[in-house]
Write a protein that binds this ligand. Structure first.
Ligand SMILES: CC(C)(COP(=O)(O)OP(=O)(O)OC[C@H]1O[C@@H](n2cnc3c(N)ncnc32)[C@H](O)[C@@H]1OP(=O)(O)O)[C@@H](O)C(=O)NCCC(=O)NCCS
Length: 197
């Protein structure tokens, strides 16, 4: 299980002390993957399953109230992946004009390495199609190697180190980022301009 920051820390403004240039972006082949799971908005009835996945995934897990507080915030969105109506993954993110902040994300331990996380992240990347919204960011624990490998496989990069980011540990965080490939951003822009003509 992984150590978590509390909800207010996840979204607090961060001071970036060390900057590392983003690596060249890959155009991943995630769009070519088979869509095996159903992805839909999170509903109140999903909360029990989401809480179970949360507790199985993180040492300092969110409570029911943390989820409720977060989802009450403007622009905060909850998404779940289901397999035959069983919730197998959840994701919470916040949409803003220029970027998406990934706030919480977990896949049921028994369903990992079967593409659930990829399919959900692919869906999130799809939200970048809006003109001007070009990146996804979030802090990721330096010891969470599994998630680092996962996000790396999808084209995310660590762009800076957030020193002493967490309250309960000395551990640092990486500021992870996915940036829309320039070619894609150009295509979205031209589609929007053409559709307005
Ligand atoms: C990170 C997480 C969401 C990944 O979800 P997942 O459904 O297992 O991911 P996928 O099956 O789509 O994996 C896609 C690729 O990512 C990489 N990957 C995923 N988990 C990995 C691991 N444990 N070790 C190495 N590579 C891994 C692999 O390249 C994998 O492809 P492959 O299985 O064909 O080798 C899941 O491990 C999880 O819930 N972890 C605990 C919570 C967490 O850390 N959340 C993220 C921080 S907010």
């Amino acid at each position: 299980m992984l150590k978590r920051q509390k909800i207010q820390q996840v979204t607090r403004p961060v001071t970036v002390k060390t900057t590392r240039a983003s690596q060249p972006l890959e155009t991943t082949s995630i769009t070519q993957q088979t869509k095996k799971y159903k992805i839909r908005w999170m509903l109140p009835r999903d909360l029990a399953s989401v809480l179970e996945i949360e507790c199985q995934s993180f040492e300092f897990s969110w409570t029911k109230e943390d989820f409720a507080d977060c989802l009450r915030r403007r622009n905060c969105v909850g998404m779940v992946a289901t397999d035959h109506d069983r919730v197998v993954g959840f994701m919470i993110y916040e949409l803003s004009k220029r970027r998406i902040e990934l706030i919480n994300f977990g896949v049921a331990p028994g369903c990992r390495r079967s593409g659930v996380g990829t399919q959900m992240t692919q869906k999130l990347i799809g939200k970048l199609a809006r003109p001007g919204r070009t990146r996804i960011t979030f802090p990721l624990r330096e010891r969470n190697l599994e998630a680092q490998l996962f996000f790396r496989s999808l084209g995310f990069r660590a762009v800076s180190i957030l020193h002493k980011f967490y309250e309960n540990t000395e551990e640092d965080a990486y500021l992870m980022q996915y940036q829309v490939p320039p070619r894609w951003a150009k295509e979205v822009r031209s589609l929007t301009v053409n559709s307005m003509k």
